[in-house]
Design a protein around this ligand. Structure first.
Ligand SMILES: Nc1nc2c(ncn2[C@@H]2O[C@H](COP(=O)(O)OP(=O)(O)OP(=O)(O)O)[C@@H](O)[C@H]2O)c(=O)[nH]1
Ligand SMILES: [Mg+2]
Length: 237
């Protein structure tokens, strides 16, 4: 399939415990829909477990559907930027590989793009969403998104949800402005999307946090990066 209409980027960092089962789940889901020609692109940068070997096994098993990109330097934003730039699909998105977001919301994301939005974003905090998360992570997310609203004036409830879909052309137009190589890639992308007048739609979804004790997110650097990014973007407003 030389140029499918839809490409889903799967950023991966040390995910060998869930990668195989969740890619299988995605293939079942997208095959079951039968309405999209699609490809899944696993982007691993910096994994030190055997994620890459698992990814390559999946590429062999699902030849033509699953692709693998390996980059040397770590960073979720770096991986997503690379993925967006290499894509040739008109509609491209990304998902966290733990599949915390309920795939049932994907149809609504796609519909939003099909009806003319440039960007559709999943939200754990919009009316109608349902997020099973620890109260600490929930408070952190609410606090961060309140700041995003107040400081950057972005009209979204959840800038950082790892479940987004784009019309590739307009998003490529703002990508050169997006400097974050790590977690705040999403916030920064939305900041420039609003600044350049792109049409953004939020979709409420169900979210189930990774099993307790399995999270790899380090909170202090995450918060430092978030605050630093808000300050940097505010100064460009
Ligand atoms: N390519 C790449 N992917 C990354 C990197 N860091 C995180 N990821 C991926 O980004 C996605 C989101 O990371 P998660 O660890 O699930 O973040 P989270 O959902 O905020 O936190 P959890 O509670 O741990 O699930 C996952 O698919 C990770 O594997 C990185 O440096 N490079
Ligand atoms: Mg997660």
């Amino acid at each position: 399939m030389p140029n499918p209409q839809l490409e889903i980027l799967l950023p991966v960092y040390n995910e060998s415990d869930v990668l195989e089962q969740n890619v299988e789940k995605l293939v079942r889901y997208f095959d079951g829909q039968a309405r999209w020609e699609y490809k899944l692109t696993i982007i691993d940068n910096g994994s030190t477990d055997n994620s890459l070997a698992v990814a390559e096994g999946l590429r062999e098993r699902f030849a033509g559907l699953v692709h693998v990109i390996r980059l040397d330097v770590k960073g979720r934003g770096r991986a997503l930027r690379y993925g967006l730039l290499q894509s040739t699909a008109p509609i491209v998105g990304y998902m966290d590989i733990d599949l915390s977001s309920d795939l049932n919301a994907f149809g609504d994301l796609y519909a939003a793009i099909a009806e003319g939005h440039d960007i559709a974003i999943g939200s754990r905090l919009a009316k109608g969403s349902c997020a099973a998360r620890s109260s600490f992570r929930n408070a952190l997310s609410c606090g961060y998104n309140a700041l995003v609203k107040k400081v950057l004036k972005l009209d979204v409830s959840d800038a950082q949800c790892g479940f987004k879909l784009f019309c590739r052309g307009p998003v490529l137009g703002i990508l050169p402005f997006v400097k974050s190589d790590h977690w705040c890639f999403d916030t920064e992308l939305l900041f420039f999307a609003f600044k350049k007048g792109l049409k953004v739609k939020e979709i409420p979804l169900s979210w189930k946090e990774r099993d307790k004790g399995k999270s790899k997110v380090r909170i202090v650097p995450y918060v430092v990066e978030g605050l630093g990014t808000l300050a940097r973007l505010k100064s460009t407003r």
